[in-house]
Design a protein around this ligand. Structure first.
Ligand code: ADP
Ligand code: MG
Length: 779
């Protein structure tokens, strides 16, 4: 004890010396001056005191005031200054990987240290921390995972939960667990940080915890809505034909018949009419739907292009931030802008993108000053709304939508629609323009639509399937999942919980009594969706690991096959070249990935991707995820050290197909052939359609009675995305649980079906597999 104490004391002194010498260096002083200019600094003493005196404190303040980068740092600095640096251990959670990474990088540079010294980060499958790390930024998922094995968070002194206003599922989950932990860890400090005003909700959840508000200063931002924008840009649209070019949608077409001056009022009237016709009292999900379908994309790329043009030609200097719905849209728009005479000219406009999976070099550029007389334009997803602050933004373009998953518990279907954002989000987006000087925000929708937005967004816990969450709750040794979740800020519907439990039983992660099975235990530590985790384990057991690894990595990153709006057909044809008549999007993905590896060896990766409508960046992400999964499975003892053994059967297409089926079950649809067409029915007898980009959508007939699919998505109608054809025997053998009993039964049947795999060498393999399974599942 006392030896350790001495070591820590000595280290604390060293930390203090280092901190002081940095703060006294010229560079350190400059950094300190900047930090002192942030609004959070004025509240520093008050904050430190509140945290010292209360177990829980709720802090709110406008985005950019210095919550994330400063507050945890204040604690660290004051502990170090008081000679207790080595004794403290601070965790600060972020909802997104990317913000954990950028923020930790920023804080370590503010401290004049390389990342991984006193400040580090950890996100899923990646991290940078060392033995001297005392302030760790991590995703909320990582802290939850840690809580599974370390129920009391031993050794942790402070936990910051950031961005709680977003009401992410992991944050809501964390709060339940931490609330339960606090009485057991009287010395632990919990600090909740939020950007907007509903701090009292969190305070009362923690029995009236004190709230501190950091007053911020931002410049006024003028809000322009679609009607204003039309007027501003309208005079340049000298003829209505041009308007048509600017958006092919219904609304614009209607405008064609109207006199120019009437345009503005007419648009408002049209939208209002649509709203009235449906006679909605309040905002409801139906309004959501009707609005989305009524003005589908008046928000087209062309409108954004027109607004950007207007800003670049007519407005003062200043960077532009464009909020879009997702990576797909961002990359399409970026490509479109490249061809534009003004916006595509790198000497005048610097177009950058900002989204969850961008490369580090590009991340840095976003924060940097552009060359003189070049205007910076950043195309961003929702993440630039609150988690990332770009200082020099003067203009914001807000498309009014965000991709969010909603969950329909009744049909047990997740829906992924770009849907209208909330008023709180719209205001938040607007605020991003007023950081350095008065700004302007171009909302690409009429004001009356804004007024129909929900005030706040629904918490994620109430709008996503709970499969993964329930598995994690179970591994906290919780008796009743429903009971546990009823302690949430806003508990989910019982039906949603029941669906998740049923699902976990179906895949064999829970037994009949809702206890974790061996498989369930494995799945709860693998950082992927339980379904995909199961597929990985099966791929390892059945010795066809490599192709399965690609499939799982692909499904957890995103589809590398691009689908540009204007070249859908060409892209579809390009993808179908990878399908080799085996009726499988997953196999097509495997081939495309392997083709890319070959092309890379020959130095033609770029051409390969271009020719085949593949995203180089996504393929790279899949590549690195593959490596990380391999590492984790090795670590869990599920892989042989000898790669060849794991892949002995990788060439066996039927087996790969079977393992895909085992992972994706119960995502299964029957193929119903009619004379000239096909239709597809899921297990619950729902009709589904194939996504346009699926290789299976290109066939007249499918040579398999079943399709397994990863995802059912509701976009007006229900679609299935990627699918693979499977036979009756595969479905019987592999569509089900992986508990030993059932598996042994399956293996017996397999022996009977031996020639269906057309590989006699498998027979001997089954005996081995049986032994292995036995060993594996008894561990
Ligand atoms: P909050 O969490 O309150 O939204 P942050 O702590 O993230 O605010 O940021 C505070 C300020 O620090 C920002 O306004 C910005 O000036 C600066 N800042 C944050 N991240 C970076 C970065 N990566 N590069 C440069 N400056 C940054
Ligand atoms: Mg922040």
């Amino acid at each position: 004890g006392s030896v350790m104490e001495k070591v820590l004391q000595r280290r604390s002194l060293r930390m203090r010396n280092m901190q002081r010498s940095w703060q006294e260096s010229p560079e350190g002083r400059r950094m300190l001056d900047f930090r002192k200019s942030l609004p959070a600094f004025r509240e520093k003493e008050r904050l430190l005191q509140a945290i010292a005196r209360n177990q829980v404190v709720v802090i709110s303040g406008e985005t950019g005031c210095g919550k994330t980068t400063q507050l945890p740092q204040y604690i660290l600095e004051s502990e170090i200054e008081s000679g207790r640096g080595a004794f403290c251990s601070i965790i600060c959670t972020q909802p997104r990987r990317i913000s954990a990474m950028t923020v930790s990088e920023r804080v370590s540079s503010e401290r004049g240290e390389p990342l991984g010294e006193s400040v580090g980060y950890k996100v899923r499958l990646e991290g940078m921390k060392g033995k001297n790390t005392h302030l760790l930024f991590c995703t909320s998922g990582i802290l939850l995972r840690r809580l599974l094995s370390d129920r009391n968070l031993d050794g942790i002194t402070h936990v910051f939960v950031d961005e709680i206003h977003e009401r992410g599922m992991n944050e809501d989950f964390l709060l339940i667990v931490l609330k339960d932990l606090l009485p057991r860890r009287r010395d632990l400090r919990l600090i909740l940080m939020s950007a907007t005003l509903n701090a009292d909700l969190f305070s009362s959840y923690f029995g009236g915890a004190p709230m501190i508000r950091i007053p911020g200063f931002t410049y006024p931002v003028r809000a322009l809505f679609l009607e204003d924008i039309l007027e501003m840009t309208g005079y340049r649209l000298s003829s209505f034909n041009q308007i048509d070019d600017y958006g092919q949608e219904k609304m614009w077409k209607t405008q064609k018949q109207l006199a120019p001056r009437k345009r503005k009022n007419q648009i408002t009237t049209l939208v209002e009419e649509a709203l009235n016709k449906s006679n909605f009292e309040n905002y409801s999900s139906r309004v959501h739907e009707s609005l989305s379908s009524w003005i589908p994309d008046c928000i087209g790329f062309n409108l954004i292009e027109a607004v950007l043009c207007h800003i670049c030609r007519k407005e003062r200097l200043g960077a532009v931030l464009v909020f879009m719905t997702g990576w797909e849209d961002i990359s399409c728009l970026r490509d479109q802008l490249k061809a534009h005479p003004l916006l595509g000219d790198p000497n005048r406009v610097l177009v950058l993108t900002c989204h969850g999976s961008m490369a580090t070099a590009e991340q840095k550029l976003i924060f940097e000053k552009p060359p003189p007389n070049v205007r910076k334009v950043v195309l961003a997803t929702n993440m630039a709304e609150a988690s990332i602050t770009i200082n020099d933004i003067v203009f914001v373009v807000d498309c009014g939508k965000a991709k969010e998953t909603t969950y329909d518990a009744l049909n047990n279907t997740p829906c992924l629609l770009p849907s209208w954002i909330s008023q709180a989000s719209a205001r938040q987006r607007r605020g991003r323009a007023g950081r350095v000087q008065p700004g302007e925000c171009y909302h690409l929708y009429p004001q009356c639509v804004y007024e129909a937005f929900a005030e706040y967004q629904l918490p994620e816990l109430l709008r996503t399937p709970l499969n993964s969450l329930c598995l994690q709750i179970k591994s906290l040794q919780v008796e009743s999942i429903g009971g546990f979740l009823s302690a949430a800020l806003q508990p989910p519907e019982p039906l949603a919980v029941q669906n998740a439990v049923d699902f976990l039983k179906m895949i064999g992660a829970l037994d009949e009594n809702e206890n974790l099975t061996h498989l369930g235990k494995f799945l709860s530590v693998l950082p992927v969706d339980p379904k995909l985790g199961k597929m990985l384990i099966m791929g390892a057991i059945f010795r066809c690991f490599d192709p399965i690894l690609t499939v799982v990595a692909g499904l957890s990153v995103r589809d590398p096959f691009l689908l540009p709006q204007d070249k859908k057909d060409l892209a579809g044809t390009a993808k179908s070249r990878f399908s080799a008549k085996d009726y499988s999007d997953h196999m097509a993905l495997v081939r495309a990935f392997e083709g890319w590896k070959d092309a890379e060896r020959e130095g033609s990766a770029y051409e390969y991707c271009w020719r085949n409508f593949l995203s180089l960046q996504t393929l790279q992400a899949i590549h690195s995820l593959r490596k990380q999964f391999t590492y984790i499975l090795k670590d869990a003892g599920l892989l042989d050290t000898d790669g060849a053994t794991n892949n002995r059967l990788s060439h066996n297409q039927s087996l790969v197909r079977a393992v895909i089926c085992s992972g994706l079950f119960p995502g299964i649809a029957s193929v119903v052939h009619r004379e000239t067409s096909m239709s597809f029915k899921t297990m619950d007898d729902g009709q589904v359609l194939l996504y346009g980009n699926s290789v299976n959508a290109r066939y007249q007939t499918i040579q398999y009675p079943w399709l397994v699919f990863g995802e059912k998505v509701k976009v007006n109608t229900v679609f299935i995305r990627d699918s693979t054809g499977v036979s009756d025997s595969i479905l019987i053998l592999f569509g089900g649980k992986l508990d030993y009993g059932a598996m042994a039964g399956n293996l017996k049947m397999l022996e009977g079906y031996i020639d269906f795999f057309m590989d006699p060498s498998l027979a001997e393999c089954y005996v081995k597999l049986k032994e292995e399974l036995e060993k594996l599942l008894q561990k």
